[in-house]
Write a protein that binds this ligand. Sequence first.
Ligand SMILES: [Zn+2]
Ligand SMILES: [Zn+2]
Length: 295
Amino acid sequence: MKSARRHPNADAPILWHAVSWIIAVHLCGAFGAWYLWTYFHPATLALALCMFIVVHLSISAGLHRLYSHRAYRATKPLELFLVLFSAAAFQASIIVWVYQHRMHHEHSDTDRDPYSVEHGFWWAHMGWIWRTKVEVDPALVKDLRRNKLLVWQDGFHLQLAILMSFVLPVCVAGVLWSDPYGGGFVAGFLRLVFQYHCTWLINSVAHTYGFRHYESGGTARFTPWLAISTMGENSHERHHLVPEDYRAGVKWYHLDIAKWFIQMCSVLGLASGLRSMPERAVEARAQRSVSRSQL
Ligand SMILES: [Zn+2]
Ligand SMILES: [Zn+2]
């Protein structure tokens, strides 16, 4: 790994609320691992796994492919599902998340990319979170500001995150099989620790390790071993070339689970206007990207 240059935000004041939250989540997650080992209940483990899958699909098909890249259109019931369950990822509000992600694409691998791997593996993985005070440029998210559901979510994202990430699993496990602590610490905190790192792995590992089939010149790669844990976001080089394509991976063995979810929603009439790019267009963009990087 080559030595990294310092990101401009790395000298910003530490956001202590973000540091405290990340430490607290990891400590509670460790307690959740101990609790799971000591008071194992199969239904609690199944709840944690189901929540992980549904929430990660909501990040990938919702925050990422629908809202950040407009790769397809969703009906209101599907939007409501994606908004509610992506809240359990306990990340920023959708508008803030999308703003940062659009900056990541528009300014990839530069000082304006908030989680650029060129500024260090750990900076890209999680270091940026406690140094980056976000000021959203309204021009970059004006399409989202027209969506009343997203404006409402922006105002209530913390309450919604607590409700979906913790209150929901505590109630489900507490009422159905009398394991409220398992619901909170295993399906809540322990699941959230995995959810965080699986999201961050795309910014760190998928920008550092893996294959560059298109030789596009950027840091994004195809990282096969991250397929399941990221719901298919691991075909990251292709995604950086054609972010408007609802598919990150095009071959069946790319295991793009979010793509299959969007296709299923389309069959059920919940999604429409799925955008896709032919491989020759992807290769042409890769060529242009190489030419630009050589200027
Ligand atoms: Zn990326
Ligand atoms: Zn993207």
